[in-house]
Design a protein around this ligand. Structure first.
Ligand SMILES: [Zn+2]
Length: 323
């Protein structure tokens, strides 16, 4: 279990013991802080037949069936494979299942993840169940984009926020998981992930950090004027979400460095807060975020990225590149 979730688990056990756990807990927090792990723990905690010291026992029927995906009183709701939205008929089927009489213990639980992928009709179909929860049914919603959910849904949920952990605790956890990486690499990954340990962990494990740094170097070369041709590498448009996220992240970093003289992963350069440059960077940052929103759509990301890079390349010679 992720060590920094201990405090929130203990808090939730208190809430549960006091009989104050709402029937629709919504687990909020930024990407990579462990919301999913927490929600899975909560489902196990609720369904365990003999929890000990506030933890699922690990060996009752419920605890054995849950990890196998065969627990008859536990249901998941997520977009179908290859789809970006949760549809209304999926929600109806989910509600029908989760509201049946429990077959193992006396509770049922459903996990909606990511809850923000419900389209409007789907969210509306869930409302009635959220308004009139039956006694022993819990619906756990997980999201890092609560703003995408209708306020009618949000207002019926009990929010549990998973915070970004203390830096030292996150670094210690990463060090144990990636002893082959240098402290500088782990620290840079954590910083670029805005402190979200699971995001940093993923980058350190699968080379995502190097992908991000290669994108940074490409952007440097383009504004340095050393690379005349802004072609888009295949690996960029093959992973549009990751690429657009890095483009947005580095653009924000360049903005910060122009304003303050330094930015994580970009090093230092004399501040030069030229309003026109800041406007152009802001436009590029917005375009990168717009690209990311379209990551799952059937659009030509290679074209969009080439256009974006032409905008970036147009900044060549306009500001300091030194690192
Ligand atoms: Zn158990």
């Amino acid at each position: 279990m992720l060590p920094w979730l201990r405090a929130e688990r203990s808090r939730l056990n208190d809430v549960l013991a006091a009989g104050r756990l709402g029937h629709a807990p919504m687990i909020l927090g930024s990407a990579g802080v462990g919301k999913r792990a927490f929600a899975e723990w909560l489902a196990a905690r609720l369904l365990c037949l003999q929890p000990a010291d506030g933890e699922p026992c690990g060996h009752c029927t419920a605890c054995r069936l849950l990890p196998e995906g065969t627990h008859p009183d536990f249901f998941r709701l997520a977009p179908d494979d290859g789809k970006t939205e949760i549809r209304v008929d999926q929600v109806r089927g989910f509600i029908d299942s989760v509201t049946l009489t429990p077959s193992i213990g006396d509770r049922r639980a459903g996990l909606i993840d990511p809850a923000d992928r419900m389209n409007r009709n789907a969210a509306n179909a869930l409302l009635k169940t959220l308004e009139e929860p039956s006694g022993d049914v819990w619906l756990i919603l997980v999201t890092d984009r609560p703003d995408r959910l209708p306020v009618t849904v949000r207002s019926r949920c009990q929010v549990h926020r998973i915070a970004v952990p203390e830096r030292a605790e996150a670094e210690e956890w990463l060090a144990a998981r990636h002893p082959q990486r240098s402290g500088d690499e782990r620290s840079l990954a954590l910083t670029l992930a805005d402190g979200a340990p699971l995001e940093a962990d993923g980058w350190l494990a699968d080379g995502g950090l190097e992908v991000g740094l290669a994108i940074r170097d490409r952007l440097d070369a383009l504004v340095g004027g050393g690379t005349p041709d802004p072609t888009v590498p295949a690996e960029w448009h093959e992973s549009p979400e990751a690429t657009w996220t890095w483009l947005a992240r580095w653009t924000a970093g360049w903005t910060r460095r122009l304003q303050t003289g330094s930015a994580d992963g970009l090093g230092e350069a004399p501040p030069a807060a030229d309003p026109e440059m800041l406007d152009r960077l802001d436009a590029l940052w917005r375009d990168a975020l717009a690209g990311r929103r379209m990551a799952g759509d059937p659009v030509r990301h290679d074209w969009l990225m080439a256009e974006w890079l032409r905008g970036w390349r147009a900044l060549a010679g306009r500001f300091p590149v030194a690192r």
